[in-house]
Each structure stands twice: as C-alpha cells, then as structure tokens.
Design a binder for this molecule. Structure first.
Ligand code: 5AD
Ligand code: SF4
Length: 437
C-alpha cells in the first residue's frame, strides 16, 4: 500500500485544492498518512501571501531531504502559490534538487500525469504555466471536511491591491457556471453536508466575466432555492463590489449564513488609496450600516494590514477607531510584508518591524476585548447551532459565526443537525448551552 502526506499552507482556497490533490492521489491507489516516514509521496501545497508563510514552507521542504536517505523512492512535490511565483522554479532547480515535481496554480489538474511521468523517467519535473487556462471541471476530489464542504465559484483576482501577490500567482478572474456550481452543491446537500462554503478571491465579482446578467446575488438565490437543510457561507468579499442586492439576499434568505467577512485593510483613506482598494472609509461604513440595519444576527469580521508603507500613528489610530466603531466579531490582523513584483514593493516609507509589531498587538488586544464583551452579551440569548460531534456527556456544536458551543443535554441529538440552544455561561471562548425545544 502506497501512502501520501499533503502539507497545506495558507488559505481555505489551498485547503480545498489539497482535497483535489488528495482525490487524484487516491485514484492512483495512494492512502493518506500523517506520518512523513511512512509516506511514499509528500506534497507541499504552498502559500506566498506573506514572507513568513514562504519561509515556513521553505524550511519544511528543506527538512524532508533527510527522509530521502531512508526511502530513496520517496517523491516530493511542491505546488500552489509559491511554486507559481517568479523565480521559484529556478530556486527549486538549483537549491532544492530533492524536490521531484514542481507545478503551479494553473495546472493542478495535471498532477496525476506528473506522478506517472516521474515514476517512469525518474527525472525531476518543473511545469509552471504562465497563464490561466479554462476551468477544468473533471478533477477528482477527496473531501476531508466533515460537515462543511468547500466549493470554488471562481478563480483568480483582477484587483491588484498594491500589497498583494495573489493576482500575479492566481491569474485573472474566471467564474464557474451557475449550472456547474448548482450541480455540485446539490450533490453535497444530498450527501448530508450542512454547510457549503463558496470560495473566491473576491466573490462579489462572480460572473463579471460572463456576457449575461449572471452575478453573485443570482448565484446565491439559485443555491438558496435548492431543497434541503443547509447553510451557505462565502469568502471573501470586497467592499467595493458588495451590492445592495447581495446584502438583501443575506438578510432575507433563511439558508444564508449571517456571517460577512468584509476585509477593510485600513481605516485611513490615504492608505486605502495607496493600497488601490477603490473605496473610502465612508463607503465602507455605509455598507456596515446597511448590514446592521438589514441582516438579523449579523456577524462581521475583517482583515487588516498594519504597517503599510508610510502608515503613520494617526493612520493607524484611524484603523483602531474603525475597529471600535464597527465592533467586529473577528479581526485578522496582519503585519505588512513586502512582496516581490507588487506595486507597494517600490514604495518609500517602509515602517519598522518594531512599530508594526506594536500596532498589530494593540489591534489584537482591542479585538480580544470586543469579542469578550460580545460573548458575555450572548448569555441568555437563543441561537441556532450545528451539532457536529459528541463526547461522553456533551455535544459539540458551532454557531453560524463559528463560535464553539458545548451543549449539555440528556436528549438524543442527530449528528449533524441544526438545533436551537440557549447560552448559559462562557468558559474562555466556549459557550456553555442548553437545548431549547
Ligand atoms: N502583507 C500582509 N498582509 C497581506 N495580505 C495580503 N497581502 C499581504 C501582504 N503583502 C492580507 C490581506 C488579505 C489577507 C488574506 O492577507 O489582509 O485580506
Ligand atoms: Fe489580493 Fe486585493 Fe485580490 Fe484580495 S482583492 S486577493 S487582497 S489583490
């Protein structure tokens, strides 16, 4: 029996793409293992969004070299965003010769072919495609998530935020058809998945590459009309493209999750302009107002970058105050990382590491405080929860917004299923709940 180990770095997009890599490996007769020493193939599905992500991947790729001594037949493959980055192919050719297969984001569907070719020729394969190709709908998949299923609705990004490397390594936007997405979601619902998470770099521009009226709101309405007991989530949304129509679908469709991840990146208009985000703080706050007025039980989270070139204490405080004002349920705070080939790479006014760390820590402290207050405010309220597993004397569940629930009940509850729970107390970040009938 041959075994595979896939190491995934970065975002949900990569997590899902690893499910496709696993599907292809399974169809070649490989079985999953967690033990690198037992593996016949190790795949690194990489990320390059920040330098720290890359350094981690490179360190781990270097570390598996010694395994080849024990098992000379071990195949090592590297794919994903870092493999696609300019100059990386040469790096692997010259410095990481123990890596046998290197392929990029546009040719993931060829993985099986690469393995078979390498097994035959024993010659390292380096295949990075410069340009995106038509979406390949025939990739096998091995889903590793239990109740949640990821579904790609589009690939690539056209936005070119000045700090971001994604448009360079994932190409231009390409949407899957409503028919293909609907067919996949229908199958998943029939298989029992309770949460369907739609994936795209900027889901709000779904359908912009079609010549008809297809847009994200229409896709959501179509999916909500499917029969079954499930919820639809999505990530990520760009504030410049979030339409009233989409807010309306989220507000009115019971099958829509009320979680909206709306990355603001900065609370300073000057920095937003330098970032090429194409919206102002005022526009962003207008969207937040609409969400708060229209969406029942809304949960808003965000991404923020601190220390973008030229960011002053005043700019940072504008971000800090925005976080307070919006009262986010979750803040993903990142330290700006210079990425080769992006527009911001060449900007003057780089901020020192010390200041960046200080700002991100202040932001995360604030966010923690807000979350604590929000959790306390949940005590006494009734919420819908998805029951996912059982321990000896309690059930483990999650709220729509991902908060962990400990459900204490003597009733027998089907797993998975949606139930209503009352929050009785908070234990660290866990909600201790009882069943409401
Ligand atoms: N440095 C730091 N954070 C970044 N992000 C994207 N590019 C960079 C970068 N160069 C963050 C953004 C984005 C999230 C996925 O990663 O906040 O929303
Ligand atoms: Fe990067 Fe901006 Fe595209 Fe998001 S929208 S992937 S931050 S370029």
């Amino acid at each position: 029996m041959k075994h595979y180990l896939i190491k995934t770095y970065g975002c949900q997009m990569n997590v899902h793409e690893s499910e496709k890599l696993a599907g292809m490996l399974k169809s070649l007769g490989y079985n999953e293992t967690n033990n690198a020493e037992q593996a016949d193939i190790i795949v690194f599905n990489t990320c390059c969004i920040r330098d720290s992500a890359e350094q981690k991947v490179l360190g781990n790729i270097g570390a598996v070299k010694k395994l080849k001594k024990q098992n000379p037949n071990l195949i090592i493959a590297v794919c994903g965003c870092m493999a696609q980055e300019n100059g990386r192919k040469e790096l692997f050719q010259e410095k990481y010769k123990h890596v046998n297969i290197v392929f990029g984001t546009h040719n993931l569907h060829n993985f099986k072919e690469y393995i078979l070719n390498f097994e035959k020729s024993k010659k390292n394969i380096y295949d990075i495609w410069e340009k995106e190709v038509e979406i390949n709908e025939n990739v096998e998949m091995y889903r590793t998530s239990n109740n949640n299923a990821w579904v790609n609705i589009m690939y690539g990004c056209n936005n070119f935020c000045t700090y971001c490397i994604v448009p360079y390594v994932r190409g231009r936007e390409r949407s899957r058809t409503i028919e293909d997405i609907t067919a996949e979601v229908k199958t998943l619902v029939n298989e029992g998945y309770k949460t369907i998470t739609l994936l795209g770099q900027n889901v709000n521009s779904y359908g912009n590459d079609f010549s008809d009226e297809t847009n994200f709101a229409k896709l959501l309405r179509t999916l909500c009309s499917l029969k079954g007991d499930f919820k639809i989530k999505f990530m990520t949304s760009h504030p410049k493209d979030l339409t009233d129509e989409v807010i309306n679908v989220i507000a009115t469709e019971p099958k829509m999750s009320k979680v909206i991840h709306l990355p603001v990146q900065s609370g300073s208009n000057r920095i937003l302009k330098l970032m090429n985000r194409n919206y102002t703080v005022e526009h962003y706050l207008e969207l937040i107002k609409k969400i708060k007025q229209q969406v029942p039980n809304y949960f808003i989270s965000t991404d923020i970058i601190v220390g973008f070139p030229t960011e002053t204490e005043e700019d940072f405080m504008a971000t800090y105050n925005l976080v307070k004002e919006v009262n986010y349920g979750g803040v993903f705070g990142f330290i700006y990382s210079k990425r080769t080939g992006t527009i911001a790479e060449k900007m003057d006014g780089q901020v020192s590491d010390e200041i960046k760390h200080d700002r991100v820590n202040r932001l995360l402290k604030l966010s923690k405080q807000i979350i604590k207050e929000q959790n306390l405010a949940l005590v006494g309220t009734v919420n819908e929860a998805l029951v996912e597993s059982k321990t000896e004397n309690e059930y483990l569940a999650t709220l729509d917004n991902g908060k962990n629930v400990i459900l204490q009940t003597s009733e027998n509850i089907k797993i998975p299923s949606f139930v209503n729970v009352r929050v009785n107390s908070i234990d660290r970040n866990k909600l201790i709940c009882s069943l409401v009938k």
